[in-house]
Design a protein around this ligand. Sequence first.
Ligand code: SF4
Length: 371
Amino acid sequence: MKKKSIRGLSLKELQEFVESLGEKKYRATQLFSWMYAKGAQSFDEMTDISREFRDVLEHSARVDNLELVRKSVSSTDGTIKFLFRLIDDLMIESVLIPPEETAPGADRRLTLCLSTQVGCPLDCKFCATGTMGFLRNLTAGEIIDQVIQAQRHAERRITNLVYMGMGEPMLNYEEVMKSVDILSDDRSLNIGTKHITISTAGYADKIRQMADEDRKVKLALSLHSLDNEKRTQLMPITKKHSVSDLIESLEYYYRKTRRRPTFEYILFDGFNDTKEDIKKFVTLSKRIPCKVNIIPFHSIDFTGASGFAATLKPTPRDRMEQFAQALREANITVMVRSSAGEDIEAACGQLAVEEKKSKAKSKPAITETLT
Ligand code: SF4
């Protein structure tokens, strides 16, 4: 009999499963709590479930766990980057990001950046993951298990999630939203939806869908340019959903939900950091109340970037601050992100890309690096 993989099942699906085994529904609540709230790695750990039923489960089901391949800890800011192996040997990354020490509530907050796909089909020119191409979508169970596994290495509770790692969440919408529903359930990890952010490279249809479904999570758009031509150069997805289409979808989203979207904006020297770019942002903020996260560019030279990608350089820190200040003067809420984990290959997808390159050699053992 083929064992059913149950990490990622909702409570209702677990109820149907235990009933199919001839058990009472309440068993599903026990399983749900053990798998998600307590992060059990095997049926053996589920000690308040009778030995007899655990034996039945052993024969009919399995709890798949991500395998930790590498854990890198930044000595500068405590960022931890995990490289996980999936059941089919593919690799994904997750990044645990502590808040800056001076940030309000810093001692109570811990953020995990999650992957939603192995690789990514969107080919954004500044992104290492994009160079891998697309391999497959993650299941809800694989998304959730990133939280469970990272929590085992965290000094305090993970309080915030950002779906901003490898992959485009909107291309895996059903599994992403299922993972949100399970992670935010108070019988599971109980991470409040207002502490969960879904980030998209720009699927206007899915932004409208989120509004129509009244999804309570926060929404971020990786914007990076308000100029359609420049954005197309940076992010080919713009050919499908133009800047104006995206802005219209966000306007719709804001009108329906009254939640302000966040714009993620990587500053590239001389490309999208000019006075004209600031002016466009200010005009946009009058249309849609928003927040802006300015992000430093992590070089992707290690991918052997060529053509347009090779011309991208980070805006120097002082000009990043000037750009942010100009937006603040127009009453826009702006955060300038630090270069979190720069010393541990923090570019999105860097570990997985390097791992893929060396894959032909041999399976690496778990390594822990402190840089
Ligand atoms: S930035 Fe995001 S959407 Fe773009 S290629 Fe990278 S992982 Fe995909």
